[in-house]
Design a protein around this ligand. Sequence first.
Ligand code: NAD
Length: 462
Amino acid sequence: MKAHDGLYIDGAWRPAESRDVIEVVNPADEQVIGRVPAGNALDVDTAVRAARAALPGWAATPPAERAARLAALRDVLVARKDEIAETVTAELGAPLQFSQAVHAGVPIAVAGSYAELAATHSFEEKVGNSTVLHEPIGVVAAITPWNYPLHQIVAKAAPALAAGCTIVLKPAEDTPLTAQLFAEAVHEAGVPAGVFNLVTGLGPVAGQALAEHPCVDLVSFTGSTTVGRQIGAVAGAAVKKVALELGGKSANVILPSADLAKAVAVGVANVMSNSGQTCSAWTRMLVHRDRYDEAVELARAAAAKYGDRIGPVVSAKQQARVRSYIEKGLAEGARLVTGGPESPREQGYFVSPTVFADVTPQMTIAQEEIFGPVLSILRYEDEEDALRIANGTVYGLAGAVWAADEAEAVAFARRMDTGQVDINGGRFNPLAPFGGYKQSGVGRELGGHGLAEYLQTKSLQF
Ligand code: NAD
């Protein structure tokens, strides 16, 4: 798609007050593929005012009509799915097939799920002698990362629209073209002017101005724990609601009875897909000592097969960050099984699929989020040890458990401090609540729980 040189505010593409621009770079070949405005605080203010002005009308729009706009939005996304996939591939670097299946496919499913939820959700309930109204929370500031650029936007915009909220989106600097395409889709779907607004720009400038804006009622942020902490503090000081989807360091726990080959194959694929840039990736594989060597060999072979099929990471900065973690793993005594810090290609921000064995729970690569194609394999003595290791980080976003018997895996999963667990390779469910325990976040996205984030209750007593 062609980059817009304006911001989408109040139903039209308008020139930005700011003269600054963001250059969008294709991480596979390092070429500049577009330029978008880097909006400033004035631009954010204009967008928030447009959202505020549109709020009463949209909040009063019957849910069935909001559902119809969401269904239309889903249909536009379906009609433009090839363009979505190509745009994500161009600015994020994901292989086209993955972009088609996941980067385009998942947001279509999520938009569809909110078209249905808007039509069927009870925005009123009876509790004893009260009628409880579920009302939109107001103007939403949505701040999103680049790793699943369209999914992260739709996971906020679709429930906000379903709830009757209006939105200002500040997408990630690295992937603004996908956000512009989404704004075009919202426009095509007939969403009224001012209900959805887009300000592209830098985090510390446009993002911060948006989070701090006094006319914003809810800040919904997905990104790093560091920035999430700042946004939580700003929102707390202003007594405004905040939802935070942050980092992760999830455990893939392979119990002794599990089908080892399957658990390792799925586990490696989980970490390598999207070049490891998945917040919920199971980057720590936990294997019983009796099966450890076998698991390491299986993981090595599986990761080596990824060699040429993996896309680049999103930017030079991300590449440097991932490589420095690999160097740290080596320096702290982990055993490199495959991959390594050297760049596998001369051009593009590529990182080799990397597997470390003999990783101990205290090592940096077992504690910190790397956000690259790097898997750490840890050894455990017994189930209690596995649980201690699995729960032994500041994060709690996702995880997996494998066992011959489903009930055995579920019993272990119940003791994990984490927001979602896949049992024996369970499939992604776009209706299941997604979000973190501990420092992985506050609040939930997707499905009915995600919708609830954008509603506040008013009780009428009779
Ligand atoms: P990031 O925190 O640097 O940026 C995320 C967004 O916040 C971007 O739009 C950025 O411009 C903006 N931002 C940066 N500084 C800001 C500030 N001071 N005020 C307001 N906004 C600001 O994160 P990233 O590097 O873009 O994304 C990677 C991180 O996101 C990883 O840690 C990953 O785990 C996390 N993530 C979490 C989830 C989840 O659902 N839990 C999903 C995807 C990514």
